[in-house]
Design a protein around this ligand. Structure first.
Ligand SMILES: NC(=O)c1ccc[n+]([C@@H]2O[C@H](COP(=O)([O-])OP(=O)(O)OC[C@H]3O[C@@H](n4cnc5c(N)ncnc54)[C@H](OP(=O)(O)O)[C@@H]3O)[C@@H](O)[C@H]2O)c1
Length: 281
């Protein structure tokens, strides 16, 4: 291996990716990085305005050697819309090599607190969080995974969480759904390799704590912007003593998506500043 060979592993020219929740903070960062490494990227989101912000960032990039981006409307909980999105990606890019399931999140009413006990939590809120995260990963994997099975190669990258492996207080539905995603990642990795092709890999990231729209209400005070007690506790339990920034995910994500990880499938990789390693003592 020399530097040229290493660089070639991260050249995604001619590869098409779909990123669900691609208009979000983490998915959007990954979209920009993949386009920067030559890939064609379909930014699938239910909110075209968010997706446009990402394409605007891409338009500002130095054009030499970069790939293309396209906005594709899609709701990860609506199979029909996903099928339409798959057709749109096929006609735009001629196929799909990779799927990144980045749509996900929590909601305040599915979070325990002084005004919301576990026992009063509404079915609707629990169901919404379970479905967005877990079903919202499984349905796109079915719809876009078919193209990978047909071509006999490709990658899927899911988003799990620190809450999947050890309980985080206050977020019961989110934790259960993310634990489901970690399990589904392993299940799908085995299934794709055995039933379709060992050249189809499925992995997940387990990000630590990144301050984004889905968790801002938990980590910072809405009026002052100061850290909440929970936000402070997270920093105290993160040996690197900070929240992650979206760029922190790129090395791990691009590695898992690239042929540099050709023999890696079924893993859930923490990117957490040491949070999961630390006992708290
Ligand atoms: N931030 C963290 O610390 C952290 C930690 C661990 C794991 N994660 C996971 O990382 C992933 C990305 O999170 P993020 O922090 O980047 O959150 P984000 O900025 O809220 O991005 C999520 C994106 O998904 C979109 N989305 C929501 N429901 C959708 C649906 N039904 N169909 C299509 N798109 C939908 C959202 O659009 P709307 O705005 O319209 O809802 C948003 O653009 C999530 O799975 C999250 O759970 C985040």
């Amino acid at each position: 291996m020399d530097l040229n060979e290493l660089t070639r592993l991260y050249d995604f020219t001619g590869r098409a990716f779909v990123i669900t929740g691609g208009g979000g903070v983490l998915g959007g960062e990954l979209a920009c990085a993949l386009v920067g490494c030559g890939a064609d990227v379909a930014i699938l989101d239910r909110d075209p305005a968010l997706a446009e912000k990402v394409t605007h960032r891409i338009e500002m990039m130095d054009k030499a050697g970069i790939g293309r981006a396209a906005i594709v409307y899609g709701d990860v909980l609506d199979r029909e819309k996903l099928e339409q999105a798959a057709e749109a990606v096929q006609s735009e890019f001629g196929g799909v090599y990779g799927l990144i399931n980045a749509a996900g999140g929590n909601r305040p009413r599915a979070t325990t607190g002084t005004d919301n006990s576990l026992f009063a939590m509404a079915d609707e809120d629990i169901r919404a969080v379970l479905e967005l995260n877990l079903l919202g990963t499984i349905l796109p994997s079915q719809v876009f995974g078919r193209a990978l099975a047909r071509s006999g190669e490709g990658v899927i990258l899911n988003f799990s969480s620190m809450s999947a492996s050890r309980a985080l207080t206050r977020v019961p539905a989110y934790s259960a759904a993310k634990a489901g995603i970690s399990n589904f990642t392993q299940w799908l990795a085995v299934h794709m390799a055995q039933e379709y092709s060992p050249r189809i890999r499925v992995n997940a990231l387990a990000p630590g704590f990144f301050l984004t729209e889905q968790n801002r209400f938990l980590l910072t005070d809405a009026t002052t912007g100061d850290l909440t007690a929970r936000g402070r506790s997270i920093i105290e339990h993160t040996p690197m003593a900070r929240f992650g920034v979206p760029e922190d995910l790129l090395g791990a994500a691009l590695w898992l998506l690239s042929p540099a990880a050709a023999f890696v499938t079924g893993i859930v990789l923490p990117v957490d500043g040491g949070f999961s390693a630390y006992s708290g003592v």
